[in-house]
Design a protein around this ligand. Structure first.
Ligand code: SAM
Ligand code: SF4
Length: 510
């Protein structure tokens, strides 16, 4: 018999669960006693959007270049497009809008799973508590540090998303402590220093009190995926009586984060649970309600698709999203929430990621999602996945070096910039700047500096060669945009900062 996933190491699970959900931290966000997802109204809107004329669709596409959250009626029209040629126009706009807001930059990160214990029974997840095929483990702080050292000092990541099941052994105090431990790492590497400069968190909804602890520990982005916005489906896959079974508690997790001082939040839906069109409408409604309440939408949107998991039956799934639908829904989200970063993950296969990356802003690399897997000794050339140790299986496990080389060959510069959040350009400040194109200037310069750092400290000779070419090209472009977009002083500062990096200085940014 496997260890009971419900067994709390530190505390009694039933006791811990009892006080966690605070009804008043749901009710305060309702409008006239209702949440912002009206299933029937969304279905009706999707139906009305079907078959919109090409002129209407083209007008919507044109308006998307204003970089404002799209009206739900317009989103529904885009979702209803079936003509392949018109869809192509949506794709083209999605690529152009990505470039308008984020240029040719792609940000990379790695997930770090800290525990597989979970009190919930999400039907699709390998970590659900009644799954006996999973080895249950929660990393100690020393183990978390060892994992993060591999990511920071061997691979060269600067940005992590730390991931937890919902369990008293990985409560808010544990999450905050693990973040502090990760931030404390500084390890000498080839020419510089390996360190994690931004820790994002993907964890179950917390009360405001718990979220404040994450804020104090220096959280980057707080991600909570609603999984499905469709209430009936939500209830069918998250059994009643479990913490996750409470739909509105999850729906307002990011509102609570804002009230706890975390002004950088991320939405997502698990595509495949319900009709993908409905989920896109739900994501847009979520962004709208955050804007309404806090004047600020989500910083990023994630689009995970259902993947196989150990001993997990998926025969009940009737809404699988095909590759073509997946690509198109990414394009629609790009237009609908144009200021937000869009994250595609290594759940997908390399070919799929290649085909959507020009519409996206972030991807992970060198990913392992097993608990303790970065320090696991997998024999050279062997698979780095063990089904019984992970939540789901990955489609792309290539190295950061290989991914950076591929992205460079496609014309992208990989940015390791974490400056925005560290010098106060977060929340409304950064979102306004992104919308107006201003942030792009800082980001472009910081991408050059942080990419150069990575090339010096971690790149293979071949990747270094291609990477240096990209940097030379970027420098030429910046020079050509003086004084229109960059001042002479900025240009000089960039040249000097790059020289300092080549001489071994680190962490220079605008
Ligand atoms: N336990 C936390 C929670 O539920 O919010 C942390 C999230 S979980 C470790 C990260 C995300 O993985 C989930 O929010 C879900 O969207 C996704 N996920 C779960 N099972 C999956 C599967 N079989 N395939 C793909 N993604 C999955
Ligand atoms: Fe637990 Fe999250 Fe998996 Fe649900 S998705 S079983 S809450 S780890």
């Amino acid at each position: 018999m496997k260890e009971d996933a419900n067994a709390g190491g530190k505390r009694n699970v039933a006791e811990w669960q009892k006080g966690l959900i605070r009804q008043d931290e749901i009710d305060r966000y309702l409008v006239d006693g209702k949440d912002f997802i009206d299933d029937d109204a969304i279905e009706a809107e999707i139906a009305r959007g079907r078959g919109a004329g090409a002129d209407r669709v083209r007008a919507i596409i044109k308006k998307a270049y204003d970089i404002k959250l799209m009206d739900s009626a317009d989103v529904a029209c885009l979702l209803g497009v079936e003509d392949p040629a018109l869809k192509e126009e949506v794709f083209k706009a999605a690529r152009e809008i990505k470039t308008k807001v984020y240029d040719n930059r792609v940000v990379t990160f790695a997930p770090l799973y800290c525990g597989s214990k979970c009190v919930n029974r999400c039907k699709y997840c390998g970590f659900r508590c009644d799954n006996e095929a999973i080895e249950r483990r929660v990393l100690t702080m020393d183990e978390i540090e060892a994992e993060a050292r591999v990511l920071a000092a061997k691979i060269g990541h600067k940005r992590l998303v730390v991931v937890y099941g919902e369990h008293p052994d990985t409560d808010a105090d544990y999450i905050a402590e693990s973040m502090r431990r990760i931030y404390s790492i500084k390890e000498r590497v080839r020419n510089g220093v390996g360190e994690i400069r931004r820790v994002n968190v993907n964890a179950a909804p917390l009360p405001i009190e718990g979220l404040k602890k994450l804020h104090e520990a220096g959280i980057g982005t707080y991600q909570v995926f609603q999984e499905t916005y469709h209430k009936k489906t939500y209830a069918a896959v998250h059994p009643a009586g479990t913490l996750k079974g409470n739909y509105p508690w999850r729906l307002y997790a990011l509102h609570r984060a804002m009230d706890a001082g975390i002004d950088d939040v991320a939405v997502g839906a698990l595509f495949g649970l319900y009709d993908w069109r409905f989920e896109v409408m739900g994501l847009v409604a979520h962004a709208r309600d955050l804007e309404r309440r806090f004047g600020l939408g989500p910083h990023t949107v994630s689009v995970p698709r259902l993947e196989p998991a150990a001993d997990t039956d998926f025969s009940w799934v009737t809404n699988r999203v095909s590759d073509d639908e997946f690509r198109y829904l990414i394009a629609v989200i790009r237009l609908a929430i144009p200021y937000a970063g869009l994250i595609v993950t290594n759940r997908e296969k390399p070919e799929m990621i290649r085909s959507v990356i020009k519409m996206c802003t972030q991807r992970d690399a060198d990913t392992r999602v097993g608990i303790g897997a970065y320090t696991d000794d997998f024999p050279a050339g062997a698979a780095t996945q063990r089904e019984e140790n992970q939540q789901f299986m990955l489609g792309d496990t290539r190295s950061l070096d290989a991914i950076i080389r591929e992205l460079a060959e496609m014309g992208h510069i990989v940015s390791f910039c974490t400056a925005g959040y560290r010098c106060g350009r977060t929340g409304k400040k950064i979102m306004d700047a992104l919308g107006s194109g201003r942030e792009g200037c800082f980001c472009k310069l910081n991408a050059v500096l942080t990419f150069q750092e990575w090339l010096e400290d971690f790149a293979s000779p071949e990747t270094k060669r291609i990477g240096d070419e990209i940097i030379d090209r970027e420098m030429k472009e910046v020079r050509a945009r003086v004084p229109a977009d960059f001042s002479e002083a900025m240009w000089e500062h960039l040249v000097k900062a790059r020289e300092r990096i080549l001489r071994g200085e680190r962490d220079l940014y605008f």
